[in-house]
Design a protein around this ligand. Structure first.
Ligand code: CDT
Length: 319
């Protein structure tokens, strides 16, 4: 018995500020068609897959960036992707900037991802919880990373959905570095985690963290999250030199044993694919990571009770 979901990871090369939305959509649709031709059930596009990574630019008035946000999903600009996917009977995951208008005339801005099934129905939505970077312009940095300025933290938690015969979960970019993300999904029995990322190859603090280490951290996070929760994972980059700023590639599909089973080798538009047998999750979930048998939540209260670390007092500082 097996439950195979054929998964495509549609890595994107750079999307420059000046690129036309219709041309970007054509690139996504070309990758979707490649995935369908390979027999994929679902294709995963990156974080903020419709635009340049605009949080690298500072704007005094955040509304200046609203041109990068979607106010509805789908909308006329992305409808061709939904239509083509439905015609090809392929699901997809898409990251985008979401602007939500409230009944009282306010707005919320989120870094969002959706899961769309083979009928073109949006079955799941996730809003990024762990927003990296900073809120204000910081002249001390080699480049800005202003996600905290342009987005609010997600308000939907870490939900999962039953789709395509399995239990599906989403997270976005920086979320992959936090074990809390994976465990919240793991505790709901997740079998396939989909995520997109825009990760610079260089450290914005100018620190000695060379690109190979940053790629290692990318893979280490996804492989650990997959292994420790006995789930498949697909992590997909927007890569290459975007408006002069380099983003890493290295998109991967990772098995529930934590092994990379497919990996991109370019920083351009590139499809990776693997047949993911969701039944392979059962081994880890029923043995070393049988949560019901082995977890000790009575000792984990500190994780949900505080954000920052509280080291013990220095010796001699007590009195
Ligand atoms: N997009 C995103 O979340 N990128 C971050 C880089 C943060 S550098 C301040 C990441 O964790 O990959």
């Amino acid at each position: 018995m097996s439950r195979i979901v054929s998964v495509g990871g549609a890595q994107l090369g750079p999307i420059h500020k000046a690129d036309r939305r219709a041309d970007t959509l054509d690139r996504l649709i070309a990758l979707l068609e490649q995935a369908a031709a390979k027999g994929c059930d679902i294709v995963v596009f990156p974080e903020l897959a419709l635009t340049t990574f605009f949080p690298r630019w500072y704007a005094e008035d955040i509304a200046e960036m609203d041109c990068y946000f979607e106010t509805a999903m789908p909308n006329p600009a992305v409808q061709p992707l939904f239509d083509r996917a439905r015609a090809l009977r392929i699901g997809f995951h898409l990251g985008y900037a979401e602007l939500e208008k409230t009944a009282s005339g306010g707005v919320h801005r989120y870094n969002t991802a959706i899961l769309v099934d083979k009928d073109g129905t949006i079955v799941g939505k996730y809003r990024k919880v762990h927003l990296p970077g900073h809120r204000d312009y910081d002249p001390g940095l080699t480049r800005q990373h202003l996600e905290k300025r342009y987005f609010e933290p997600g308000d939907l938690g870490f939900p999962v959905w039953r789709s395509m015969g399995g239990i599906m979960g989403l997270c976005i970019c920086n979320d992959r570095r936090w074990p809390e993300t994976w465990r919240c999904l793991g505790l709901q029995g997740v079998e396939l985690v989909m995520l997109g990322y825009n990760t610079p190859t260089g450290n914005q603090h100018g620190a000695a963290e060379p690109p190979h280490q940053r790629m290692f951290h990318n893979h280490l996070s996804v492989q650990a999250g997959a292994y420790q929760n006995a789930t498949w994972a697909v992590a997909v980059a927007k890569a290459g030199i975007e408006d002069g700023h380099e983003l890493m590639g290295g998109s991967v599909i990772v098995s529930p044993q934590g092994e990379i089973v497919a990996q991109a080798y370019t920083q351009a538009d590139e499809l990776i694919a693997a047949d993911c047998d969701l039944d392979l999750c059962a081994f880890g979930k029923s043995t070393i990571f049988n949560f019901a048998a082995h977890r000790r939540p009575e000792h984990y209260g500190i994780i949900a009770a505080q954000a920052g670390a509280t080291p013990p007092p220095e010796p001699g500082a007590e009195g």
